[in-house]
Design a protein around this ligand. Structure first.
Ligand code: FES
Ligand SMILES: [Fe+2]
Length: 357
């Protein structure tokens, strides 16, 4: 990210919050679209959505429409969902099963490998060379049941991007392969996407804003560990807590923030994952998509009580994030100091956001 800002106040030698313009400027939002959301691995869905050859689903990375599918050989593939003829989105359906991909505008038809197979009336056109028109492929890969894509053709592999993350999950006994989806919830929020990320990255506000959550997690033992493209927060569950004892096993709750917009939350037990995807709508609005995955063995009443608690915490966070956004719009906010014993996760995010790699 080539945004030039001073992260450390020279007079006090102290890490600061970001300037308000980074949350309110349309020009900055456009730079983020190009430099972050067009150039980074991002979570798009679950492998169960493309289980069999021909299965596909469509989604968007910001303003980029994409299609993810499983080809005839059973391999994952992803393409920009834009037709090379006149630029319409190729497929409008959200999901389905197809042997070919046919554009809904003039019926150009592509194989699942992105090559043009047929175009109506092509014979009437002298020198029409179908091999010149292919769908634009993009990188796609998975971590357990989680699918990621990256629109950059020169992308580093997902494995390299995620670094130590898979090993850390294994070390804590988290088995992603046993998890299947059991719930989904979306929240539109009147706030810039970075305010939601920053709010997630600290539990300094938990004691004040999340009374029920704070009864369950020992906030004084809460730690934040930064890595290259992600950071991990670890909060030990208080002995005897009923709130987060639903899925048993893990002693701690683990929270991973993966740059730029994904959070993976593991509550006690290898049997649960709550996932938050933060989708920027525009400078002032974002969509937070929550997905809940559980192991088969976790009973419905436990999944429901965890989902209820997360929904309660999310509603408390919406009030905070929208309030910060209004503060940023006031024109009177000067970046305040980060309380590093509690807000170290923000310093890591700012470094990654401003400094790029
Ligand atoms: S725009 Fe797709 S076939 Fe014409
Ligand atoms: Fe919160």
């Amino acid at each position: 990210m080539k945004i030039n800002t001073q992260l450390v106040s020279e007079s006090q030698n102290q890490e600061k919050a970001l300037p308000s313009i980074l949350y309110t400027s349309e020009a900055i939002f456009e730079v983020e679209r190009q430099d972050i959301f067009r150039a980074t691995w991002q979570y798009v869905g679950l492998t169960s959505q493309v289980q069999n050859p021909g299965d596909f689903f469509t989604t968007r990375l910001g303003h980029i429409p994409i299609i993810i599918l499983r080809d005839e050989q059973g391999l994952l593939a992803a393409f920009i969902n834009v037709c090379p003829h006149r630029g319409s989105e190729l497929i409008l359906a959200a999901s389905g099963q197809r042997k070919t991909l046919q554009c809904h505008y003039h019926a150009w038809t592509f194989s699942l490998n992105g090559k043009l197979k047929a175009a109506p009336c092509a014979k009437e056109q002298a020198c029409f060379d179908a091999s010149l028109y292919t769908l634009t492929p993009i990188a796609v890969d998975s971590l357990g049941p989680l699918l990621f894509v990256n629109p950059t053709s020169t992308a580093e592999s997902l494995r390299t991007f995620l670094g130590e993350l898979p090993d850390i999950l294994q070390e804590f006994g988290v088995d992603l392969s046993v998890l299947t989806p059991r719930g989904r919830q979306s929240y539109e929020m009147a706030t810039n996407w970075k305010i939601i990320v920053e709010n997630y990255l600290e539990c300094y506000h938990c004691a004040v804003a999340h009374p029920r959550f704070s009864q369950a997690v020992d906030l004084n033992q809460y730690e934040v560990i930064p890595y290259r493209n992600f950071s991990m927060q670890r909060g030990p569950i208080k002995a005897g807590s009923k709130e987060l004892a639903a899925t048993h096993g893990l002693q701690d709750s683990l929270y991973f923030y993966i740059f730029p917009n994904l959070m993976l939350n593991f509550y006690p037990g290898a049997g649960s994952l709550s996932l938050n995807l933060i989708l920027p709508i525009d400078t002032h609005r974002s969509l937070a998509v929550y997905e809940f995955l559980f192991a088969e063995s976790v009973p419905d009443e436990d999944t429901e009580s965890l989902i209820r608690l997360i929904d309660e915490v999310q509603k408390e966070d919406i009030v905070l994030c929208e309030s910060v956004h209004r503060g940023m719009l006031s024109g009177f906010y000067q970046p305040g100091p980060l309380m590093l014993s509690r807000e170290k996760g923000l310093a890591h995010f700012h470094q990654r956001y401003v400094g790029g790699e």
